[in-house]
Design a protein around this ligand. Structure first.
Ligand code: FAD
Length: 281
């Protein structure tokens, strides 16, 4: 038995828009569920744009006996609508929520985004300790943050408001995570902060997404990926190797587990999992 038995693992999906995507996701979750992660999570579209879709998938997975956590943000909704959704989850036996501020989708004007801290407080106020609440954390610092220090202070406020743990934005530099953890500890944050890891599937998409969310892809990884051009097989092989090494470094040096951004694909999550020897946990 290795020390990975005490770690916690979760797999994230996004809600597909089409019937075909939904069918495909049913196969993906059946396969990934065989790996026995601690839970799955399903994202919530910017501004609440996937509200019903997210809820339907979460409730379907729950009825299949799969432990699943919805992501949630106020988006453009009022308190009554969010409370109704939270109560639906509670009645269905959902016991974990990933609480976020979210981002405003383009075209929704200058509405004020409600900070995750306020959502955490709202959920605690209305449902007490029913839900495990997880929030987002940013080892490379959130793009809107005024400073490194202020971002950590706001994470502390989310924890103090009642969050139980955090999942990080993805990163490819383990030092950024470990430094961040030390700074969080100095700031008095003593709850688990799970690293989120993103598979490398397509260089252009990853580069574009990383620019928007403030995640840095190290130059050497960019150069290697650029060099592969459209050779998807080499990209997949290299990406799996890089992310396996990163995950191994994280687990071996004290990360409490890993959250996989699966991108609704079986691979490379399953290969990375097997490379890490987690099949036997
Ligand atoms: P917050 O914690 O509210 O922070 C947002 C920014 O405001 C930060 O810069 C922070 O420093 C600052 N801040 C916080 N509180 C205050 C305050 N009181 N006063 C002033 N400034 C403050 N997006 C989606 O749309 N759907 C998803 O399902 C989704 N899932 C995610 C899952 C994970 C694990 C992660 C890491 C991100 C996810 N995101 C998702 C992206 C996330 O919604 C965006 O990064 C968003 O911009 C910030 O959300 P947050 O909950 O971190 O915000």
């Amino acid at each position: 038995m290795n020390n990975k038995t005490s770690k916690r693992f979760s797999f994230e999906f996004f809600p597909p828009k089409t019937d075909l995507g939904k069918e495909k996701l049913a196969t993906v979750r059946a396969e990934l569920n065989k790996l026995e992660p601690d839970y799955f999570s399903v994202t919530y579209g910017a501004g609440g744009s996937t509200r019903d879709n997210t809820r339907d998938i979460v409730l379907t997975m729950k009825s299949e006996g799969i432990s699943t956590a919805p992501h949630l943000s106020f988006g453009g909704d009022n308190e009554a609508a969010i409370l109704e959704l939270i109560n639906q989850y509670k009645t269905a036996g959902i016991d974990r929520i990933v609480a976020l501020r979210g981002d405003m989708p383009s075209g929704m004007g200058a509405q004020r985004l409600i900070y995750a801290e306020e959502l955490v407080r709202f959920i605690r106020e209305h449902t007490g300790d029913h839900f495990q609440l997880t929030v987002a954390a940013y080892p490379e610092i959130h793009p809107d943050a005024k400073s490194y220090h202020s971002d950590i202070q706001f994470l502390k406020r989310k924890m103090d408001a009642g969050a139980d743990s955090a999942i990080t934005q993805y990163f490819y530099n383990a030092d950024a995570y470990f430094y961040f953890i030390e700074e969080c500890q100095k700031a008095g944050i003593d709850k688990a902060i799970y690293p989120g890891i993103m598979p490398i599937l397509n260089y252009e998409n990853l580069a574009r997404f990383s620019r928007n969310c403030g995640a840095e892809i190290p130059r050497w990884i960019c150069k290697k990926l650029e060099g592969y051009g459209n050779d998807q097989e080499s990209i997949a092989q290299f990406g799996t190797e890089v992310v396996t090494r990163l995950a191994e470094q994280l687990l071996d040096n004290g990360a409490p587990g890993i959250h996989f951004y699966t991108m609704n694909q079986i691979e490379p999550t399953r290969s990375i999992w097997n490379n890490l020897g987690l099949g036997e946990r």
